[in-house]
Ligand binder design. Structure first.
Ligand SMILES: [Zn+2]
Length: 275
């Protein structure tokens, strides 16, 4: 791959960042008409409604990645206010979902000129899905809305799935184009990259990325979206097959991991207890 790496890419002009709770990001995606929007994972209805009001937008669709409350808590109020369709994973029982989705489905929102492919990414939860769009308006870069599966510099905890499932899910996301903007659901980047440095102290791209993330946070700026090529270069959970990460896993296990799943599982468990 010859992707150029950008640690702080310019966000899409059509995606609005809506911070919520202590570290969540809810994503509002403007339609091509500039008047309608879709929302991804509205954990907090009031936070979304405030931005809809200030931007003069109507809500045309709700997209959900998984069932956790900080991702779906705002659905009842927004659905009542807007009567819009609610898309979500068929494999999870989420109240309000009237358009259940399976892996390989596509969504077309014609009025907004939006189209998404649905990618199954079980691991954090059993039915977790991600939404991928090849292009958002005139900006040719693809965008991925991946909930709590792939984070900037890290990955979600395995609440319902196995390490093999999560690794498989992350592999599917890692295969997307390098210039893809990764819209994850939490600002965990500095803590993730601090852990990543413990795994791969010799990774120079990772050192540079952590420095840039620290300075952005010091200025009160978001580190999300990131770029997929940057994840491939610095995120240890996409690098479990690399000799450096396997060596770190061996250090934790006291023996070489049997395979890439073993390497992934060892660093995921390490991250759970890393301070
Ligand atoms: Zn979650």
């Amino acid at each position: 791959m010859s992707d150029s790496i950008e640690f702080c890419p310019e966000p899409h002009a059509r995606v609005l960042t809506v911070p919520a709770f202590s570290d969540n990001y809810l994503w509002l995606i403007r339609g091509a008409d500039g008047r309608q929007a879709a929302v991804v994972d509205p954990g907090d209805a009031a936070a979304i409604q405030t931005v809809l009001d200030s931007e003069g937008l109507t809500l045309a669709a709700i997209l959900l990645t998984h069932h956790h409350a900080d991702h779906v808590g705002g659905v009842p109020a927004l659905r009542q206010a807007w009567g819009c369709p609610v898309f979500g994973p068929r494999a999870e029982a989420i109240p309000g979902v009237d358009h259940p989705l399976d892996a390989g489905d596509s969504i077309r929102l014609d009025a907004l000129d939006l189209q998404f492919d649905v990618i199954a990414v079980p691991g954090h939860t059993r039915g977790h899905i991600a939404y991928f769009t090849r292009q958002l308006g005139p900006d040719a870069r693809p965008a991925l809305f991946c909930g709590d599966t792939l984070f900037a510099g890290g990955c979600g905890r395995l609440f319902e799935g196995t390490p093999a499932q999560m690794l498989d899910s992350l592999d599917r996301l890692a295969a997307l184009p390098g210039e893809t903007l990764v819209y994850c659901a939490h600002e965990y980047t500095v803590s993730n990259l601090t852990f990543a440095r413990a795994v791969e102290p010799g990774n120079q791209a990772l050192a540079t990325r952590l420095e840039q993330a620290l300075s952005r946070r010091a200025e009160g700026k978001a580190t999300v979206p990131g770029q997929l090529a940057a994840e491939r270069a610095t995120n240890p959970f996409l690098r479990a097959d690399q000799p450096s990460v396997k060596a770190a896993a061996a250090g934790r296990l006291g023996a070489a991991p049997a395979d890439t799943v073993g390497s992934f599982a060892a660093i995921r468990e390490w991250k759970n207890v890393f301070r």
